[in-house]
Design a protein around this ligand. Sequence first.
Ligand SMILES: CC(=O)[C@@H](O)[C@H](O)COP(=O)(O)O
Ligand SMILES: NCC(=O)COP(=O)(O)O
Length: 237
Amino acid sequence: MTKLSVNINKIATLRNSRGGNVPNLLMVAKDIQDFGGEGITIHPRPDERHIRYQDAYDLKPIVHTEYNIEGNPIPKFIDLVLSVKPTQVTLVPDAVDAITSNAGWDTKKHKDFLVEVISEFKRNNIRTSIFVDPVEDMIRGAAETGTDRIELYTEEFALEYAKGNKDSVVPYTNCAKLAIDLGLGVNAGHDLSLDNIKFFKEHIPGLLEVSIGHALISESIYLGLENVVNMYLHRLK
Ligand SMILES: CC(=O)[C@@H](O)[C@H](O)COP(=O)(O)O
Ligand SMILES: NCC(=O)COP(=O)(O)O
């Protein structure tokens, strides 16, 4: 079974654009779960341009499904996660000024750092996942960090699939198989959408979770949030 974790960064972006509390992030998180969403993902960035650090605390009592916090493990982020204690932390090596996440970890180069932060999160009973490109060497490196899971960075697949290049899923299939052989759980995310999710799911063995935000919220403008959540759940069956 593949869980749908809805990334609500874009709800916070909309809220922050007016400075008030519309839309209400906590209410949206509650409704997404009532509509069948199986998890809530947030990705606080250091400039707090969408999710604020305070949101991570405020969401804790609201999220009764799986709570996933993504981000670059700078000291402020590590402290936040250790204090909120979500179900899962997903480590992403994004630059402070990045518009969005744009690369996975070099799990060989950053092995010592990853081993250290991952062991700290695991000591606190927080499941760990690390964001990686679909490169087999990076998956082997991930297995050496002690992480529970990897999150396959799917932007390249989404771009190529939209152009009709269905073979773009092959490296993801191979990396998922390798990860499973090495004892890692497999998540995926970035630019997944109603158009590409069914095909992706069908080609990734053992896909445990997808986190989807940008497309899902954009699709909801036309189709409504409840419908869209259910359309994803249907495609992920
Ligand atoms: C880790 C990842 O894949 C990103 O999609 C991220 O969670 C989205 O962040 P932004 O909403 O800031 O683009
Ligand atoms: N981890 C990926 C995520 O949370 C959502 O990415 P996107 O759907 O906003 O591209």
